[in-house]
Design a protein around this ligand. Structure first.
Ligand code: FES
Length: 251
């Protein structure tokens, strides 16, 4: 990668720790690359993965989310939810072909000026190595990520994860984390595939084969997901050419 390339990185910094750490790094004259644009949030748990997808759509090459160490969150467990959200986002970024190396989660307390600077250096190098991010080349994938991350199913799963796997229910049973992980992974794949198909449907009446070509999903899987979308009222049969049906989004 060209040494003159300066990546644009959006950094969401928690007010109570990393933002203060960044401040201290400045006061202490600790150097780090000037590639980050800072958004101060009250807790890393405030960062919705949709904010990160929007940042990529708006032309950022990568995103850093930095908050208090686990156990030090001023809202007790906000950063534990951040971890869960970032895990789902990382899986979706891999599925989309954009890749998880564009988005990073790091911890740094208010007193950790040097670790904060080291985090920025490390993340900047990874994103620099990944090269410029062209949102136009990933338009369909980015729109599908927005759709998938907005679904009730994924938002519910990310919210309920810790509750189910760390707490006992009324029968003093815990949900098996391995089983929950499988359910979650299946849901992530299914919701992303449906979101991609919805993107194809939104461009006008399309056949199953055309949807498969546009999304890169196997024809059998397109048919299966299309059926689920039809049942949910999110896809309509529009016309038939001979024996070939064409589908589109409902009006
Ligand atoms: Fe800093 Fe929650 S208050 S991560």
């Amino acid at each position: 990668m060209n040494d003159s390339y300066k990546p644009k990185i959006l950094a969401f910094l928690c007010n109570w720790c990393s933002y203060a750490g960044a401040d201290l790094a400045g006061v202490s004259r600790i150097q780090y690359p000037p590639f980050i644009r800072v958004v101060r949030v009250m807790c890393s748990g405030r960062v919705d993965p949709l904010f990160i997808v929007n940042a990529l759509k708006e032309g950022f090459d990568g995103v850093l989310v930095s908050g208090c160490h686990i156990g030090d969150c001023h809202y007790l467990e906000g950063n534990k939810y951040t971890v869960k959200r970032m895990e789902i986002l990382a899986q979706l970024l891999d599925l989309s072909g954009i890749g998880r190396k564009r988005v990073h989660l790091r911890w740094a307390s208010a007193a950790e000026a040097k670790p904060f600077a080291d985090n920025v250096i490390e993340v900047s190098n990874i994103i620099k190595e990944a090269g410029p991010f062209n949102a136009k080349d990933h338009e369909m994938a980015l729109n599908a990520l927005t759709r998938a991350l907005s679904t009730t199913r994924l938002r519910w799963l990310v919210g309920i994860d810790r509750h189910l796997t760390e707490n006992e229910n009324v029968y003093h049973e815990k949900t098996d984390p391995i089983l929950f992980e499988k359910v979650k992974n299946d849901a992530i794949t299914a919701e992303y595939q449906k979101a991609l198909i919805q993107e194809a449907l939104s461009k006008g009446p399309v056949t199953v084969r055309e949807m498969a070509d546009q999304t890169g999903i196997a024809i059998y899987t397109v048919s299966k997901r299309l059926n689920e979308l039809e049942l949910g009222g999110m896809a309509d049969l529009k016309s038939c050419e001979g024996n070939t049906p064409r589908f589109a989004s409902p009006v």
